[in-house]
Design a protein around this ligand. Structure first.
Ligand code: ZN
Length: 161
């Protein structure tokens, strides 16, 4: 079947940065099932998969603007350590939930220097080109229920528990 709006698409994927480092991959585990045309994957990849078919192998390079966004320096802030009450042993690389001027976000601790902590609210992949290698598996029409929820049910999909 061909991938169109409202298809349920099962893919195996490998995502690399421009240095060739694997950032994420389904190769050693379950494939990913997603609802096509609903913004469940990054826009640049979704567009490239439109019109492809079961069995196709697709390599796509997605620019930051169509991936996880451009890197925004405004989202980097330094705060005194005492502003992070309740967080023990603050270390670079930690992810924290924080209230920011842009609302609640997940931020990454990028630097700890003396009493000051630098927090970065950018997505970890912001500003990066995304190099996807995709193998397209099953393609089917979404059910009414899946469309009303905006995500896939069943194997490899959303589990409502
Ligand atoms: Zn659902």
């Amino acid at each position: 079947m061909t991938i169109t709006q409202d298809s349920v698409v099962t893919i195996h994927y490998t995502l690399k940065d421009d240095e060739g480092t694997v950032i994420d991959s389904s190769a050693s585990g379950e494939p990913l099932a997603y609802l096509h045309g609903h913004g469940n994957i990054v826009p640049g990849l979704e567009r490239e998969l439109t019109g492809r078919n079961t069995g196709d192998k697709v390599s796509v390079r997605v620019a930051p603007a169509e991936g996880y966004g451009e890197y925004d320096k405004e989202l980097v802030q330094s705060v005194p350590r005492r502003a992070l009450r309740g967080v023990k042993d603050v270390q670079p690389g930690m992810h924290l939930h924080a209230q920011t001027e842009q609302g609640p976000r997940t931020v990454t601790v990028t630097r700890v220097a003396g009493d000051m902590v630098t927090l970065d609210g950018n997505h970890p992949l912001a500003g990066k080109h995304l190099n996807f290698d995709i193998q397209i598996g099953d393609v089917r029409q979404a059910t009414e229920e899946e469309l009303s929820h905006g995500h896939v049910h069943g194997p490899h999909g959303h589990d409502h528990g």
